[in-house]
Design a protein around this ligand. Structure first.
Ligand code: ZN
Ligand code: FE
Length: 248
């Protein structure tokens, strides 16, 4: 089995993701930051949209659902919280499986940014769509959850294979790198930050990342090493609080 992922910018710093199950040609859209660029990309690729997969209820992730469903007839799948914003056809939660042709997406509970946030993991291809939970060198703000919940969610993602390609929903990496360098002087981080600044200068995306790269350099996943002597979720909470206060 295999999939093809098409990634493109939406809004000011979101990414749109279209995924095709190569065996059947059926496509899914992961989150709907805005309908226009997504419908245009589908048209250009000639892909048939079967599914909309939402990670959480925020406008920049589910705001395009209605217009895209009206244009394509796609089935809208997401966590129940999305109905705070827009209707769903199917509600899913941790442990559920969503099929796109021959591709199977496992739903992983990743609450913290919002309480009901989920990620979609394709174990056959080692690909994860993580919304606003894990970012390249960063993690989502905890608008609704606690540090304990967010840490648990991040650990579920960190447990995926190192070579898992991680599609984060925003291009926040350069500012995440500036914060990371303020709390960690690890050589692997410094080298990666230099690559990131150069890539952004050239206008290149820094997404996708991988689980292995994030475990090695992301200060939120490395929090227990950066803040030793306290429970892991407290160390994580301290790093998250430092990021919230960071003006770099
Ligand atoms: Zn969000
Ligand atoms: Fe977002």
């Amino acid at each position: 089995m295999s999939i093809t992922v098409h990634q493109f910018p939406c809004l000011s710093d979101n990414y749109g993701f279209l995924v095709r199950d190569d065996a059947t040609g059926l496509a899914a859209c992961v989150d709907t930051p805005e309908a226009g660029p997504i419908l245009k990309a589908l048209d250009e690729l000639g892909w048939k949209l079967a599914l909309i997969l939402n990670t959480h209820w925020h406008q920049d992730h589910a705001g395009g659902n209605a217009e895209i469903k009206a244009a394509t007839g796609a089935t809208v799948v997401g966590p129940a919280e999305v109905e705070r914003l827009t209707p769903l056809d199917r509600k899913v939660g941790g442990g559920d499986v969503v099929e796109l042709g021959q591709t199977r997406f496992q739903v992983i509970e990743t609450g913290g940014h919002t309480l009901g946030h989920i990620a979609y993991y394709d174990a056959g291809d080692h690909v994860a769509f993580v919304g606003d939970t894990l970012f390249a060198l960063g993690c989502g703000r905890m608008f609704e959850g606690t540090a304990d919940q967010m840490w648990t969610s991040l650990q579920r993602l960190a447990a995926l294979p190192d070579d898992t390609r991680v599609y984060c929903a925003h291009e926040y990496t350069a500012s995440n790198a500036r914060f990371a360098l303020s709390v960690d002087d690890d050589p692997a981080l410094k080298a990666r930050a230099a690559e990131i600044f150069a890539a952004r200068e050239r206008g290149e995306p820094t997404v996708p990342t991988t689980i292995g790269l994030e475990k090695a350099t992301n200060p939120f996943l490395r929090a227990p090493l950066l803040r030793p002597g306290v429970p892991a979720h407290e160390a994580f909470g301290a790093v998250r609080a430092a990021k919230d206060a960071f003006r770099g």
